[in-house]
Design a protein around this ligand. Structure first.
Ligand SMILES: NC(=O)c1ccc[n+]([C@@H]2O[C@H](COP(=O)([O-])OP(=O)(O)OC[C@H]3O[C@@H](n4cnc5c(N)ncnc54)[C@H](O)[C@@H]3O)[C@@H](O)[C@H]2O)c1
Length: 255
């Protein structure tokens, strides 16, 4: 098989959580463009319906929307069952759900801490486990978890220790799953975006200039700049890549 064919995702089924907007949506689009049928899951119903309609219009792929709060274990189990019901299998899982609460370490409440950990880390565990069980049966699967450069650096000027800790946890959790599930032909990788222009970061425009000063490329990323890495890691082009963290940060972590 040639390299180009290895990138082809025709006949494959992908589930993208947090796919209604931002980086998740860009990844869903990339997967659909390369031929995968895609289930887009999100908690925001309005955005979800809009995204599903737009993607179905644009790509020659089957696109379905699933409303799901990925912090709810029963809902996650139902979501994966629904994907298998609708499409017959699940080959690719991309976990892009994430939130950040900006707060100083000495002021952060236990509730805030748990909210970030549940949404970023525990939800990723639940989704990986539910889809992973099915992938192990199928003896085939590729999981890509969207971590962050914040797993490795401490962002400035905003304080966000729970976010940073959750992202570091996602990487080591993914590496652990990669090691356990390699024998089942289930690969688990992470990507680590740097500052990317999405609703998450558009909410704090006051930081953008300072962030860009700190980025060797002197600009933030567009969400689409994350999608190529996800397509690669999802595809047979990455058939020997597992437990890897692909940093895409315009060079931020170099300095
Ligand atoms: N934007 C950045 O600069 C940046 C940088 C590094 C990493 N990331 C990571 O990339 C991922 C996507 O970020 P984004 O910037 O696209 O954010 P975003 O807020 O634009 O999108 C996140 C999506 O997740 C959904 N979501 C939130 N909680 C949910 C839940 N409990 N159940 C189901 N869906 C839920 C939201 O509705 C939204 O559609 C996150 O994990 C984030 O931490 C973002």
């Amino acid at each position: 098989m040639g390299i180009k064919e290895r990138f082809d995702l025709s006949g494959q089924v992908a589930l993208v959580t947090g796919g209604a907007r931002g980086i998740g949506r860009a990844c869903a689009e990339g997967l659909a463009e390369f031929g995968a049928d895609v289930a887009v899951a999100d908690i925001r119903e309005g955005n979800l319906h809009r995204t599903v309609a737009e993607l179905a219009d644009q790509y020659d792929a089957r696109i379905e929307g699933i409303i799901c709060d990925v912090t709810d274990a029963a809902a996650v189990s139902d979501m994966v069952a629904k994907v298998v019901d609708l499409f017959g299998k699940i080959d690719i899982l991309v976990n892009s759900v994430g939130i950040s609460i900006r707060e100083d370490a000495e002021k952060m409440t236990e509730e805030q801490w748990h909210k970030v950990m549940d949404t970023n880390l525990t939800s990723t565990f639940l989704c990986c486990q539910a889809a992973g069980r099915r992938m192990i049966q199928q003896k085939r699967g590729a999981i890509i978890n969207v971590a962050s450069m914040s797993a490795r650096i401490v962002n400035i000027p905003q304080n966000q220790l729970a976010y940073n800790a959750s992202k570091a946890g996602m990487i080591q959790m993914s590496r652990s799953m990669a090691a356990e599930w390699a024998k089942h032909n289930v690969r688990v990788n992470t990507i680590s975006p740097g500052s990317t222009l999405t609703d998450m970061t558009k909410a704090v425009p006051q930081y953008h200039d300072q962030w860009c000063e700190l980025i060797p490329m002197k600009r933030m990323a567009a969400p689409e700049e994350m999608a190529g890495a996800v397509v690669y890691l999802a595809s047979d082009a990455a058939s020997y890549a597992t437990g890897h963290d692909l940093i895409i940060d315009g060079g931020y972590t170099l300095w």
